[in-house]
Design a protein around this ligand. Structure first.
Ligand code: HEM
Length: 125
């Protein structure tokens, strides 16, 4: 699961950088919040979580880890699609962002509990 997260994270990295390049070239900065969240919740947060799971197999193997994986990876794309639609001018997309954000937040709460329970010297590789 750790390695899978690293591969998902680099895809978010690529999307974030391409969106950043698009904004720079077109001088259209409407998509800045989506760019920042794709970079930070996708690339940075998922990448760091992946490294933590690789370093702490007990956290990786726990039900909390698996639940975090799915909540984060289902919630974030929903939230980002909603945000991109909103920034593109579709004001009715706001509930989509809310649904995705709630799912992602639940995943992150589970991740925090998992780190407190299962990240310890005893559970380290
Ligand atoms: C080639 C790579 C990148 C390009 C071309 C790029 C481009 C941009 C542009 C054009 C903006 C909008 C600036 C503005 O509205 O004044 C921006 C904002 C931002 N970028 Fe990037 N970016 C890149 C990589 C990254 C990465 C890797 C991260 C984080 C891991 C990141 C995080 C942010 C954040 C947080 C903002 C919002 C800053 C603010 O509104 O004050 N960017 N970026």
């Amino acid at each position: 699961m750790g390695e899978k997260l690293l591969k998902i994270a680099v895809i978010y990295f690529l999307i974030a950088v391409l969106l950043g390049m698009f904004m720079s070239m077109t001088h259209n900065f409407n998509f800045t919040p989506a760019h920042a969240h794709i970079a930070l919740l996708g690339w940075a947060s998922l990448g760091i979580a992946g490294l933590i799971y690789i370093l702490y197999p007990k956290a990786e193997a726990s039900k909390l880890g698996k639940a975090h994986f799915w909540f984060h990876n289902i919630g974030l794309p929903i939230m980002m699609i909603g945000l991109l639609l909103l920034e593109g001018g579709m004001v009715t997309a706001e509930p989509i962002i809310g649904i995705g954000a709630n799912i992602t937040t639940i995943g992150i709460i589970l991740f925090v509990i998992n780190v407190f329970r299962n990240v310890s010297a005893a559970g380290r590789k």
